[in-house]
Design a binder for this molecule. Structure first.
Ligand code: FAD
Length: 377
């Protein structure tokens, strides 16, 4: 009976940067890999689309054609408070602007070229483990696998099924994104605070800009769940945002939105499944490096999963080594990100903090350093 169910060395649930890069790394090493993605590539995602430079080497090593895309190189931060205080700082090491539409599609192509089976329109509904073998049930059939990794993002059906610890504190933020035409410098990411939220504006490929903001569900509810009202009444209190929103020519009819965004700690292993990227914990978007962390966590996992599949480490050692490695690379960045976000989102705090930070550039650089990996991985 079981022989009829296809068997893979590794099954991956979710095809964002974390899952796709893991599929590409393991495929490159000759392992049999299957990845399930519930959507079809290419598709848009709510994300600020600022990709920090720490992941460049790794993406180039995977064969991603980053140089031919001539991406905007972002090395300057412009920050403003709701009351209109602002400053500019060089951003080190900085990043590039790249849409998720292009990044995820190219990573999927890379994973396929490396031999991974990338199944689109394939939603995983259940994962079981029996006698060291995983069984995954999806809308495109059942597979078995020796290792299972979950890279299904910040909130998914399996989180609910597994009653994961992060869900104890319900996620209560929403994200909104547009691609726009906007006359702005190509080297600058703008971070504008408004009441109970912040908005990033940065260039992406093909001369477009990405406007993306995070705020509380309560903030939106208070405006009758109307995004336009929220922008006109709340975001536009910040004079820089008011000007940008007025000048921006929107390239989609409606903004892309997500709800259930939260930042609480999560388990790194669930029923022997390794959690990667946002599924392991989401860093506050103002840090601008969730994608790099997702890519990095997968590179760490790929090395350990390969050792396990080659027989050099047991499953128990794989799980312990992955958790140890994740903690040492990301735990303090996550804490700093949460702390900075909580601080700036307190009522009226952004006005005071932006004013207070302006004369102390070294402090701003220090805060950026606390949330970023200092070395390429
Ligand atoms: C408002 C906002 C702004 C942000 N701005 C930035 C930024 O500027 N720079 C940055 O680096 N990061 C940013 N981030 C964070 C970044 O988007 C994430 O860290 C990154 O997408 C994590 O990648 P991932 O692969 O872990 O998950 P995701 O990219 O979320 O991918 C998960 C995938 O799993 C699929 N999936 C889910 N459930 C299932 C299932 N059951 N079966 C099959 N498939 C499934 C989903 O469709 C999805 O494609 C931002 C996030 C938000 C919310």
């Amino acid at each position: 009976m079981n022989e009829k169910i296809p068997y893979y060395d590794c099954a991956i649930v979710g095809g964002g940067p974390a899952g796709l890069s893991l599929a590409a790394w393991l495929g490159k090493r000759g392992f049999r890999v299957v990845l399930f993605e519930k959507n079809s590539y290419p598709f848009h995602k709510v994300c600020g689309e600022y990709l920090s430079l720490e992941s460049m080497e790794s993406l180039l090593e995977l064969g991603m054609p980053l140089e031919s895309w001539e991406l905007p190189r972002i090395n300057t931060l412009f920050m403003s408070s709701p009351g209109g205080t602002a400053f500019t700082r060089p951003l080190k090491p900085g990043g590039v602007g790249l849409s998720r539409y292009r990044l995820d599609q190219a990573l999927a192509a890379r994973a396929k070229a490396n031999g991974a089976h990338v199944l689109e329109q394939a939603k995983v509904g259940a994962v079981f483990q029996e006698n060291e073998i995983f069984k995954l049930e999806s809308s495109r059939g059942v597979v078995r696998a020796g290792v299972c990794c979950a890279s299904f993002g910040r909130h998914a059906n399996l989180d609910v099924k597994w009653k994961r610890e992060g869900l104890k504190k319900p996620p209560n933020f929403i994200g909104v994104k547009y691609h726009v035409q906007l006359e702005r410098p190509q080297d600058t990411i703008e971070l504008h605070y408004f009441k109970n939220g912040y908005c990033g504006i940065s260039p992406v490929e093909d001369g477009k800009h990405c406007i993306c903001y995070l705020t509380t569900e309560k903030n939106l509810r208070e405006q009758g769940n109307d995004i336009l009202c929220l922008e006109e009444r709340v975001l536009s209190e910040n004079p820089f945002l008011r000007k940008a929103l007025k000048e921006a020519v929107r390239l989609y009819k409606r903004p892309l939105t997500v709800s259930h965004v939260g930042f609480s700690r999560k388990s790194l292993i669930e029923d022997h499944v390794l959690m990667l990227g946002d599924a392991a914990g989401m860093i506050a978007p103002l840090c601008g490096n969730g994608m790099s962390m997702a890519l990095h966590s997968s590179k760490l996992a790929a090395d350990l999963v390969a050792q396990h599949l080659e027989g050099s480490i047991s499953r128990d050692s794989l799980e312990k080594a992955y958790q140890g490695s994740w903690q040492s690379h990301f735990a303090s960045r996550m804490r700093s990100g949460r702390l900075i976000q909580d601080l700036f989102l307190r009522p009226a705090a952004a006005n005071v903090l932006v004013k207070a930070l302006r004369p102390f550039p070294a402090l701003i650089d220090y805060m950026v350093r606390q949330t970023h990996g200092q070395q390429p991985f």
